[in-house]
Design a protein around this ligand. Sequence first.
Ligand SMILES: [Zn+2]
Length: 150
Amino acid sequence: MARCPDCNKFVGVDSSEEPQVDLNVDEQGNVDVTAEIANNCDQCGTTMFTGSLDGTVDASEIVEPDGMTLTAWLDTLTPAQKDSMELEVNESGTDRTDRYEGKGRGARHFYGCQVDFEVVLTYDNGNAEESKTFSGKWNDDMQASSMDQQ
Ligand SMILES: [Zn+2]
């Protein structure tokens, strides 16, 4: 429970708002993720708390449907193929997460999100342009008390 500045009373928190996600992929195929989460008043929708989460997913944890990792794929490219290569990352889904640690009055509430993404590798194989799609996921959360009150 927290006090909503608009309702001017103690209200519950709605943590279902979609996170704002930013993704970047570097030359080695590692993906940087930044996610902004917001918890709102469950009565009027006013944003009450916000938080920033960020992290990196290593290319060795980003995989093709057949299980080959992005790192392994990049290792198979010749220098000429590497020169022609482009990597692009796109969000394919997000979910808000919410968990408790501990029990009773001392329980700590954590809010976060999970982000699913796809990395598309394109390169010139010498004859034609080839494209491979890899998928990865990332999640993180933070304690409710560490979020910024608005
Ligand atoms: Zn409110």
